[in-house]
Design a binder for this molecule. Structure first.
Ligand code: SIN
Length: 325
């Protein structure tokens, strides 16, 4: 019996992978999202074991991606999951906020088929552009049914990363992404997809149409003004992620203000600005501890949790659990 080719859908949203610069030498002076999905597909040396179709959902620089885009993508990708003609999906995205989109989708989508997100650090017009290889390898992972067991994954520079650990850790190198201390989930080499970690998929935590509560992030620094906290309160935030020192420590002048804001109903998550490590419970009831989530992932978790009406008493357990998603 001959197997039919795998059908992979490309959902394009712009980014540097679709970027165009005036000269092939330029790797920073370019316009993100300038090229259509068809141009990205044309650069792929596919064999006849994979069939592609493409949808252009946006043509953005991902610094301008708003939470509404996450929700629109979740709807589109949920529909692709239930399409019998689609075996796997690749989302092309700017690298600047790729980790936020991947984490939102991981928390909201039930995956029966692989969902792989990719981007590029060099525009498509640059010599040695990384986009075509990233896209080819993302397609190869999307054609591998086992990938769905890992939840949303990103494929960049030959590595597969879980959405839970993925982070952009460099401004310009093609090797800009890593998974911190957790390490990569797998790798791709000439079409071979190797897994370095066991599957980790659990059911999604929130429906894709969960309303998103306004949540801000503040970073602590020596001499921080108390007006920062006032500004967050005045803007009507329902939650605040405090990216504190070390184990989530808060400047002494600020801590009473935060405790007071917490008593008045602001949900406050203590995270760390260090870039790695778990924020442990020091026995304080006024704050939720981010546990293993970095400030950006903690913010999205809190936006969803508050929007879904999660009771305050259940928030700490949610963060503890999400650390292991
Ligand atoms: C963007 O995030 O859209 C621009 C930067 C990039 O994709 O590397």
């Amino acid at each position: 019996m001959t197997r039919r080719p795998a059908s992979v859908r490309i959902v394009a949203t712009g980014g540097t992978i679709a970027g165009a610069a005036p000269s092939p030498r330029d790797t920073s002076g370019y316009r993100a999202g300038a090229l259509p999905a068809a141009a990205l597909l044309a650069a792929l040396p596919l064999q006849d074991d994979i069939r592609l179709d493409a949808r252009q959902l946006a043509s953005l620089d991902s610094k301008d991606a708003l939470p509404e885009l996450w929700q629109m993508l979740a709807r589109e990708l949920a529909q692709a999951q239930s399409d019998p003609g689609v075996d796997g999906v690749v989302l092309t995205h700017g690298t600047d906020t790729l980790e936020e989109t991947a984490w939102f989708l991981h928390l909201t989508l039930a995956l029966a088929k692989p969902l792989v997100i990719t981007g590029a650090m060099r525009p498509a017009t640059a010599i040695s552009a990384d986009g075509p290889m990233n896209l080819l390898q993302a397609v190869q992972v999307a054609a591998c049914p086992w990938a769905a067991r890992h939840g949303v994954v990103a494929v960049l520079n030959g590595r597969v990363h879980h959405a839970r650990h993925l982070r952009k850790a460099h401004t310009h190198r093609v090797d800009a992404f890593d998974s911190g201390e957790a390490g990569a989930a797998g790798f791709v080499q000439d079409g071979y997809v190797g897994w370095l970690s066991p599957p980790r998929r659990r059911p999604p935590r929130f429906p894709p149409d969960t309303p998103l509560a306004p949540v801000d992030i503040l970073f602590d620094y020596p001499g921080i003004s108390t007006s920062m906290v006032d500004a967050v309160l005045r803007a009507g935030a329902r939650g605040l992620v405090w990216a504190g020192y070390g184990n989530g420590s808060i400047s002494g002048r600020i801590e009473p203000l935060l405790r007071e804001a917490g008593r008045r109903g602001l949900a406050i998550v203590r995270a760390t600005r260090t870039g790695a490590g778990r924020v442990a419970h020091p026995g304080t009831g006024d704050f939720i501890q981010a546990a293993g989530l970095d400030p950006y992932k903690a913010r999205i978790a809190l936006m969803l949790a508050l929007g879904a009406g999660t009771p305050p008493a259940a928030l700490q357990a949610l963060f503890d659990t999400l650390s292991y998603e």
